[in-house]
Design a protein around this ligand. Sequence first.
Ligand SMILES: [Zn+2]
Length: 117
Amino acid sequence: MTKIFIDAGHGGSDPGAVGNRLQEKALTLRIATKIKSLLEEYKDVSIKMSRTGDNYPSLSARTKAANEWAADIFLSIHINAGGGTGYEDYIYTSASVKAKEYQSIIHAEIIKLIDTD
Ligand SMILES: [Zn+2]
């Protein structure tokens, strides 16, 4: 069983990036919810989310919840502001080989699906 903890960035009184009448907190929640529903189609995957509504768990509460649940993967969704296009993903520089593998696979699969021009 792989445990995936999905963190919808921001929430509640923290809207994240704001522009074009959009708020990052709403978009990250929609993306996180969609990822959850897609992953739930797989066997042997368990999903937990940092939030399912417009509330703001602190950053430490989010990581604590993931660690207490013994998540295998912590995926935090954000949307950049300030112009530019495309997709980025980050992992800690000291991340495990497994984490680097996951990042590489996820990155390659997402790039196939988006227009990066
Ligand atoms: Zn953000």
